[in-house]
Design a protein around this ligand. Structure first.
Ligand code: BGC
Length: 256
């Protein structure tokens, strides 16, 4: 059986696991290597190559899916959240593909997590418009309509009341300001009511580490749209990256 390797590049760790895309779960235990202090494309590619080598027996010649906290258009990283600024405008997909000697599909971290939730998690097989947000250091978003991703929505940076939304409502803001969940809820309420009024999704999914505490804040939100916690937790990025790698291999990006 051949599995598809998903790799999740984050500000503190680079994680990878082979994914079984039939069950939507890891086919082997996840490996984690700390992100190099100088998290440049070249240094990160070295770590990714190490992870790929470790799973070589299980992944045949399948493409590798990689997530990164960056806008990614046609293989080029256009921004850099919590990683070295040299990713901005780097031909990152090409850098990885050359280093690994195999096809690579590079996607935004929230887009990957969102696709995983739609394929296998909280929004499995949803027939309408799903808006997934990840509340973490920043806020990531994935907009998926009838199973098709509209990439790079960056709704964490929507301007609300004159401020960048993630600077007010990310989970890291709650921690930094030592807010109780009751104190944090009004920030989420404002954020989600604006998203709702602009996008009118059929379902909102809340991911990120904080989703394990969703019972402490989701029931307090007053929205028109059903809002549910993500299910795949910290596996979502890896699983979504693997799923997107296969989708892209089947339908290559004509603009890449
Ligand atoms: C970045 C997004 C990313 C999100 C979650 C935001 O600050 O702009 O690209 O998806 O953080 O990591």
């Amino acid at each position: 059986m051949t599995y598809v390797l998903g790799i999740d590049i984050g500000g503190s760790g680079i994680k990878g696991a082979p994914v079984d895309l039939v069950t939507g779960d890891f086919a082997a235990e996840r490996v984690r290597i700390p992100t190099p202090a100088a998290s440049t494309p070249s240094n990160v590619a070295d770590v990714v190559a190490e992870i790929v080598a470790g799973f070589a027996d299980q992944i045949g010649d399948s493409p590798i899916g990689i997530t990164i906290p960056s806008v990614v258009t046609h293989g080029v990283t256009r921004s850099a959240a919590n990683i070295d600024k040299s990713w901005i405008d780097a031909p990152a997909e090409k850098i990885f593909a050359e280093r690994l000697g195999r096809p690579v599909v590079l996607v935004n971290d929230a887009d990957a997590a969102g696709m995983a939730e739609v394929r296998f998690g909280a929004a499995k097989d949803h027939p309408g418009l799903v808006l997934v947000t990840t509340l973490g250091t920043g806020i990531g978003s994935a907009l998926i309509y009838r199973g098709v991703l509209v990439p790079n929505t960056e709704l964490g940076h929507i301007e609300i009341d004159g401020l960048d939304a993630e600077t007010q409502a990310a989970a890291s803001v709650r921690e930094r300001l030592s807010l109780s969940f009751d104190q944090y809820v009004p920030r989420l309420q404002r954020y989600y009511e604006v998203l709702e009024s602009l996008f009118w999704p059929d379902l909102l999914v809340v991911g990120g580490g904080i989703s394990k505490n969703s019972h402490k804040f989701l029931p307090q939100l007053r929205l028109k749209t059903p809002i549910v916690p993500a299910q795949l937790r910290n596996k979502a990025g890896i699983i979504g990256a693997a799923a997107l790698a296969v989708a892209e291999a089947e339908h290559p990006d004509p603009l890449a």
